[in-house]
Design a binder for this molecule. Structure first.
Ligand SMILES: Nc1[nH]c(=O)nc2c1ncn2[C@H]1C[C@H](O)[C@@H](COP(=O)(O)OP(=O)(O)OP(=O)(O)O)O1
Length: 201
């Protein structure tokens, strides 16, 4: 069943609800929207996803994709490639797969985050001042076999990520196109209301 989209989400194709919560609350109002990007590398063959531990700024201490502001004159795709290079030292054939609209009350700006994904990359993954890259297993179970001498990959650490990520990562990992919104409390950490949907169920 197609659902009514939360304010701020514009998506051309119908979306089917995947995860929603906090329905007794109103979506918080915003006056301006700022464009951001967030990019992920998913190696399907090895069952792993590249995240970065954010060392500074908003979201410090969380694992996340690589991204940041879309600068004036840039397209979101150009910004996503630039940020991936700046924060992880790599290039990748990124494709846009989703939108995360994110809002904290009291902030004038809402964040419109263009989510990108690629299944390959070139260059050497490099720790930067902002991010410490780390591969995680895309399986919820710890891997039973691994290459000799290689440490086992941890599963994705949702308890060290933005609280809404657990509600849309399964769509990202399943290669679905998705969009959604997350409203946070004044502390900028507690998730108050969310809605995520994908193009096909
Ligand atoms: N996976 C995610 N889930 C979420 O709920 N909010 C996220 C998110 N990734 C980023 N955000 C929020 C945090 C922050 O308010 C905003 C932008 O965060 P970013 O880390 O992408 O940007 P930066 O502040 O590092 O920008 P730059 O200085 O341009 O690199 O979007």
């Amino acid at each position: 069943m197609a659902s009514e989209l939360p304010p701020g989400i514009t998506h051309l194709q119908p979306l089917v609800e995947y995860s929603a919560g906090g329905s007794e609350r109103e979506w918080t109002p915003f006056t301006k929207i700022k464009q951001y990007t967030n990019a992920f590398i998913i190696d399907k063959q090895e069952g792993k996803i590249l995240l970065g531990y954010k060392k500074r700024g908003i979201g410090a201490g969380y694992f996340n994709g690589f991204g940041g502001k879309v600068e004036p004159g840039e397209t979101p795709a150009e910004a996503a490639s630039r940020e991936l290079q700046e924060e992880a030292g790599i290039d990748a054939p990124l494709r846009e797969c989703g939108t995360l609209f994110f809002h904290v009350p009291g902030l004038e700006n809402a964040f419109d985050i263009h989510i990108f994904v690629a299944d390959e990359y070139s260059g050497m993954i490099t720790e930067t001042e902002e991010m410490r890259p780390q591969w995680f297993s895309t399986s919820a179970m710890p891997p039973t076999t691994q290459a000799p001498g290689e440490p086992a990959l941890l599963p994705i650490q949702y308890d060290h990520m933005w609280a809404d990520d657990i509600h849309w990562f399964p769509l990202l990992l399943a290669n679905k196109k998705f969009a959604g919104r997350a409203d946070f409390a004044d502390d900028g950490k507690t998730l108050m209301k969310w809605w995520f949907g994908s193009e096909d169920s």
